[in-house]
Design a protein around this ligand. Structure first.
Ligand SMILES: [Zn+2]
Length: 156
């Protein structure tokens, strides 16, 4: 019910989890992982909110209606770790999390995912929705290294 994944869908997040690099990303950008969830610095950024992270369950599931409670809990516990890490080491003023379901809800990858955004006063994240861009790998790696160092130093 309420699913939009086409038959034979070649899921980009599952390919990523199988360590198949794609045009935009690879495992080098993973910042945190546990048995049920993975978090990585995403390639798509918006102005003034560099370092956007995506958290995904490690087993394919399409959306909020299909995800198991265990997967959901693990994904959001990881998102919380990312939020605290970002707030500590990015120098941001706040955090936003977004999770989309179905085309009307702006979902565009048919694998449940949570966006974690660093927020800055007057960053106009939502007003800049149409201004996304693919962040350079070296810039993304700086944010990934910063978060990983924080997790390592804090035993997360
Ligand atoms: Zn998938």
């Amino acid at each position: 019910m309420w699913m939009h994944e086409p038959r034979g869908y070649d899921c980009p997040f599952c390919a990523f989890l199988r360590e198949q690099p794609n045009t935009y990303t690879n495992q080098d950008f993973v910042v945190y992982q546990d048995a049920l969830s993975t978090a990585y610095v995403a390639p798509k950024w918006w102005p003034h909110t560099a370092g956007h992270v995506i958290v995904i369950p490690r087993i394919h599931t399409e959306n909020i209606y299909t995800i198991t409670d265990d997967q959901l809990a693990a994904t959001y516990v990881t998102a919380k770790k990312i939020a605290i890490g970002m707030r500590t080491v990015y120098g941001c003023d706040g955090i936003s999390m977004r999770q989309h379901n179905e085309p009307a809800g702006n979902q565009d990858v048919w694998h449940f995912h949570v966006h974690v955004f660093p927020r800055y006063t007057d960053d106009n994240l939502y007003g800049n929705h149409a201004k996304s861009y693919i962040a350079p790998s070296d810039e993304r790696m700086k944010f990934a290294d910063t978060l990983r160092a924080y997790f390592t130093e804090n035993g997360v």
